[in-house]
Write a protein that binds this ligand. Sequence first.
Ligand SMILES: Nc1ncnc2c1ncn2[C@@H]1O[C@H](COP(=O)(O)OP(=O)(O)OP(=O)(O)O)[C@@H](O)[C@H]1O
Length: 343
Amino acid sequence: MTLRARLLVTRPGFELDLTLEVAPGEVVALLGPNGAGKTTALRALAGLTAMTGGQITLDGLPMHTLAAERRPIGMVFQDYLLFPHLSALDNIAFGPRCQGVSKAEARRAAAALLERVGLAGHAAAKPRRLSGGQAQRVALARALAVRPRLLLMDEPLAALDAHTRLEIRSQLRRHLGDFDGATVLVTHDPLDAMVLADRLIVIENGTVVQEGTPGEVARRPRTDYVARLVGLNLYRGQADGAQVKVGKLLFNTSEHLTGPVFVAFPPAAVALYRSRPDGSPRNVWQAGIEGIERHGDNVRVHLDGPLTAFADITPAAVADLDLTPGQHVWASVKATETHAYPA
Ligand SMILES: Nc1ncnc2c1ncn2[C@@H]1O[C@H](COP(=O)(O)OP(=O)(O)OP(=O)(O)O)[C@@H](O)[C@H]1O
């Protein structure tokens, strides 16, 4: 089932214009900052938000002309929206029943789905008796019960604590692998997107700013938002061979390019010194320390000056260098860790 859509939604102060194509069995994640339009896009696909233009086809057949309840979709919401008065089994059987499937058959299918998500023993449980992870799995089973051709998921793991999330994420990945329809999921979380999706579509201000496999997007971010998401320092510059001019600085990079490029390097590749370092082919600049914060086992130093950059260094290095906000330091990054690609 190939999904092809152009989603147009206009609101005062906001415009969504998104072109989307999802192949059978493919999982596409819509990623973007708050207010980018991810949920609006998902709701437009579901028929819950009216479009001001565009079209949606599933295997060539128009879907945007159908009312929400007639669209061949399954939906998993962030807070699951399970019916509180129905058992897990009846929550799952509800959709097929609405499609006219007999009660016995709907319950048989629901039981098989419960088994598939590892909850065969919880058929009679009401949603309030289920843990977050169990409720998430019931919500997924309910979405799949209507045999959807398109599965839509809005922040499907956001309500879970970190530990459960880890477990449910890998289970969800397996279930999505078994699903032969198209899947579109919305997430804030880069890890969810990287693990679950075959392809990422990054939206900012209602339009696509970057698209590609998780690896492509992570290696070559094209906006500040994506760079922060994947933890890279990112700049625009002008390349002339292995050298790239970024503002007033000249960077030596591993690549040979000409014209407008992006330059990226990880915070962990940035070393800090109290006095100007010399030696090996390094890019060196003087920076001010804007802030210092814990970052996992390391310390993230926010640098300003000619470049805004992050440097990840060890707590020992912070102590050795006696770093404090407001100070000036020398920052350096090796040419071999500085990557350029066409902008
Ligand atoms: N029901 C609504 N009525 C009017 N404006 C809305 C409505 N829902 C969202 N908006 C606005 O539309 C824009 C897109 O919102 P949307 O919820 O789609 O973004 P999002 O990317 O899903 O953000 P978040 O990650 O915060 O959920 C925002 O400017 C938002 O304020």
